[in-house]
Design a protein around this ligand. Structure first.
Ligand SMILES: Nc1ncnc2c1ncn2[C@@H]1O[C@H](COP(=O)(O)OP(=O)(O)OP(=O)(O)O)[C@@H](O)[C@H]1O
Ligand SMILES: Nc1ncnc2c1ncn2[C@@H]1O[C@H](COP(=O)(O)OP(=O)(O)OP(=O)(O)O)[C@@H](O)[C@H]1O
Ligand SMILES: [Mg+2]
Ligand SMILES: [Mg+2]
Lengths: 226, 226
């Protein structure tokens, strides 16, 4: 459902240039649960943003559901992202002036699509935010904000969900609940999920694990066995 | 060096009031390395902010180095914080217009204090940011920004360092380096450190672990044995 070929990202030029990604090839099949691991600064967030159409590569191509996004116009790209991509940001990107519930529903409302109330109720119960729906992000703990971001991505059921450290601020019990929720979406309705994580326990929920190092894929393996 | 008595924090009023902290008593002795754990939303960040003088409790008292901060004027409080407290925020709070190096040095420059160049060099090497000093936060990965925040708190050698999830965005190798750095500061020059963490491996560096639950201390134990 997502295919990146020769994806490269360079910042700056000359001696001080930083090659955040050095020509990465990656195909994510429909219904796959992928984990991306690697040292701090190895290019994980950069890769996720480029595959999700949130950033442009310096070289290479990226296709989402068959559509080449590196040559898409701004309008086309916005539409593809809105229809096909859910993103759980490393630092949440919630809108501070909206409540948790409004943040949850925002992508669907922007896309003019109806809200599946049963799925929404199931999500709210699973992420444990029932009594926080009317609070704004500033009134929520770090982990609560992260859970709103997770719910927001899952509610739209996009072609692919990218998560950048979706459990980085969560205790082990809540981390497990979030990963089970993502696993449940993959198993019950074929959601495709790709998460960056530093947590081996979170990675153990995935079907496939990729290890980045210095902007390149160092290893590509099936399920981690504990 | 820090003593909180009956520390309570209530948001809102009436039926919808949230008791983030319910009368917490906590003394942190000089040279102690304390870890604070507990479920998402249990009050950890709230407790840290109040003990550090960054937030006011609804009830109770807090003393830093013998100074009662709940009754201090704004000016006095700013001075106490600047002289005595270092804080590693859950979401870093770096200044976007300053480079990594400028962010590192900012608290010392604001306090008009000289920079210990040897300690600064040692820190930069330990947190692995040597080739990123002239980048601004937006040009740094999540983990790199977190390491700048860690370095900034350690550079000032304050009476106490509070860390809110200081390794939440770091891979295991870098997490270990950060915790070793904090441990090194405690062991070699008696730095007092209190960190909130969800990571049992990070907590294993501490001398004492406190578990919060629903705004109260549920357990208070010596070093975690693995
Ligand atoms: N301004 C506010 N209004 C209402 N409730 C608030 C406000 N700020 C914080 N809270 C609530 O206080 C509780 C404690 O929050 P706190 O940020 O201290 O939790 P935490 O233990 O740090 O959680 P996490 O592990 O998720 O970071 C949470 O339930 C949160 O929703
Ligand atoms: N605008 C920029 N200018 C220069 N270098 C940049 C810029 N943005 C990112 N980088 C560099 O690109 C590299 C990859 O960054 P990225 O955020 O993808 O890492 P990451 O694997 O997500 O790290 P972490 O685990 O710390 O979140 C880092 O070394 C970072 O310093
Ligand atoms: Mg990152
Ligand atoms: Mg917190």
């Amino acid at each position: 459902v997502v295919a990146g070929r020769g994806v490269a990202k360079r910042y700056g030029a000359g001696d001080s240039a930083v090659d955040a990604l050095r020509g990465v090839d990656l195909e994510i099949a429909r219904g796959q649960f992928l984990a991306v691991m690697g040292p701090s600064g190895s290019g994980k967030s950069t890769l996720m943003h480029i595959l999700a159409g949130l950033d442009t590569p310096t070289a290479g191509s990226v296709q989402i559901d068959g559509r080449e996004i590196t040559t898409a116009s701004d309008t086309e790209l916005t539409l593809i992202r809105r229809e096909k991509v859910g993103f759980i940001f490393q630092f949440f990107n919630l809108l501070p002036m909206l409540t948790a519930e409004e943040n949850l529903e925002l992508p669907l409302r922007l896309a003019g699509r109806p809200i599946d109330q049963a799925w929404k109720d199931e999500l709210i119960a699973a992420i444990g935010l029932g009594n926080r729906l009317h609070h704004r992000p500033a009134e929520l703990s770090g982990g609560q904000q992260q859970r709103v971001a997770v719910g927001r991505a899952l509610l739209t059921r996009p072609a692919i969900i990218f998560g950048d450290e979706p459990t980085g601020n969560l205790d082990s019990k809540t981390s497990a609940e979030v990963m089970e929720l993502l696993r449940h979406a993959v198993d019950t309705f074929g959601q495709t999920v790709a998460v960056v994580t530093h947590d081996p326990r979170a990675a153990s929920y995935a079907d496939r694990i990729i290890f980045l190092q210095d902007g390149d894929i160092a290893r590509d393996e099936g399920r981690m066995t504990s």
